[in-house]
Design a protein around this ligand. Structure first.
Ligand SMILES: [Zn+2]
Length: 407
């Protein structure tokens, strides 16, 4: 018994020392492909120094800031849209730990079109989780995608029609308060009644307004941007299959220089040539890679039921389908897959790809302590290898703590 007590004291001491210790990690800097040593302490980067060569020459891994995903509906069997109190803090922790394994060090849990009751309940729970020290600050705020979107089939995507509604400021304010004022972005359709006023009011509060699941014309899109809308949500998706070749919502979103675009690069949501064109038009500074990943990620292929009891099919290739409406049902791939895919499709540099999956979202949402490897920033970093257009995560550090090592 005495020995056990001594052991416990020893372990506690070691833990205490570890939290004060300085950590040094080497890798090939993602911006230059040159070897660097990154030193950090108490969760903050102290220095990034060029070195002559890596100590461990057998593992020439790239070192980069952790990925930041602005659209995570759930992960690893946990949906942020679970009803009936099924969403728990343990579930959120599980999803977060699984995201760490995929290089995601910060994310916006995303709630899609649903009843006000469910949105309130889940935002309250998620806001509590955001402050949970075990999550190491990985939840940076929330994305509300809907319910103020187009009710029209195709543009609505897989969002349930019965919960789609017109913008209602009182209703939104209640959601905002339930989130502890942590809704960072809202995706809405600019053409619905009341949308313009909603865009102005939410922009004035510092909320990033995104346009998505809409069928707005050029005048409406430009007017939304003038009022403060800053980004298109998953451009090229949330759009009907049959559109007019001249008058459709895609061209004006591409043509508007002030509008950024988030794109899903999972290999299913967009054809390679769409990604190539969107990237050519928007460029590396105005493109954000997003995942739109759902609870089905990491699960084996098969047929599943969503919370409404409808069948969702996850194919062997990793495509997530909603057969009843013949639309995709979000994705089953984390954002790390998108990073590898965009390099393959566009030939862009790894530096640009990481920029679109970390630096750009950090800037857009005002996360000034993230999104780059510089002294003073949070020690959120990843070590990875690129193999056959795939990002193989080797290690993930969140707030200076090693949270994942590849086995
Ligand atoms: Zn969507």
């Amino acid at each position: 018994m005495q020995n056990l007590k001594k052991l416990v004291v020893f372990i506690l001491l070691l833990n205490g020392l570890a939290s004060f210790a300085q950590t040094r990690v080497e890798g090939l800097m993602y911006l230059t492909n040159q070897p660097v040593a990154v030193e950090f302490k108490d969760g903050k980067i102290l220095s990034v120094t060029k070195i002559k060569e890596l100590t461990d020459k057998d593992h020439p891994w790239i070192i980069a800031p952790g990925l930041i995903d602005n659209q995570v509906n759930g992960f690893a069997g946990v949906s942020f849209g679970f009803g009936g109190g099924e969403l728990t803090s343990q579930g959120v922790l599980k999803a977060t730990k699984e995201l760490w394994k995929n290089g995601v060090t910060a994310y916006l849990p995303t709630l899609t079109t649903n009843s006000q009751e469910l949105l309130l309940q889940n935002l309250r729970l998620l806001a509590t989780c955001k402050n949970d020290p075990d999550l190491l600050g990985s939840i940076v705020g929330f994305h509300l995608e809907g319910p103020y979107i187009s009710p029209v089939d195709g543009y609505r995507g897989a969002h349930p029609l019965k919960y789609v509604r017109k913008p209602d400021w009182n209703e939104f304010t209640a959601l905002y308060e339930a989130s502890q004022r942590s809704i960072l972005t809202v995706t809405i359709a600019p053409e619905v009644d009341g949308a313009m006023d909603f865009i102005s009011r939410s922009t004035a509060m510092g909320i990033i307004v995104a346009i998505g699941h809409h069928n707005a014309n050029k005048a409406c899109i430009d007017s939304a941007v003038t009022r403060g809308a800053g980004i298109s949500t998953h451009l090229g998706n949330g759009c009907a299959n049959m559109i007019n070749r001249h008058d459709n919502p895609l061209w004006p979103q591409l043509a508007n220089n002030q509008l950024m675009a988030s794109i899903i690069c999972d290999g299913f949501h967009l054809r390679d040539e769409e990604i190539a064109v969107f990237y050519k038009v928007k460029g590396p500074d105005k493109t954000i890679i997003t995942s739109d990943v759902t609870s089905f990620a990491t699960l084996p292929p098969g047929n599943y039921k969503n919370s409404e009891g409808e069948t969702i099919e996850l194919t062997a290739e990793g495509m997530l389908r909603y057969p009843a409406q013949n639309v995709l049902y979000g994705s089953a791939s984390p954002i790390s897959r998108g990073v590898g895919q965009i390099v393959r499709v566009t030939g862009c540099s790894i530096a640009d790809a990481i920029g679109m999956a970390s630096t750009n979202p950090a800037k857009l949402y005002g996360l000034t302590d993230r999104g780059s490897l510089e002294p003073g920033k949070r020690a959120d970093l990843i070590l990875f290898e690129m193999k056959n257009s795939a990002l193989l995560i080797k290690k993930t550090y969140v707030n200076g703590q090693l949270v994942y090592t590849e086995k």
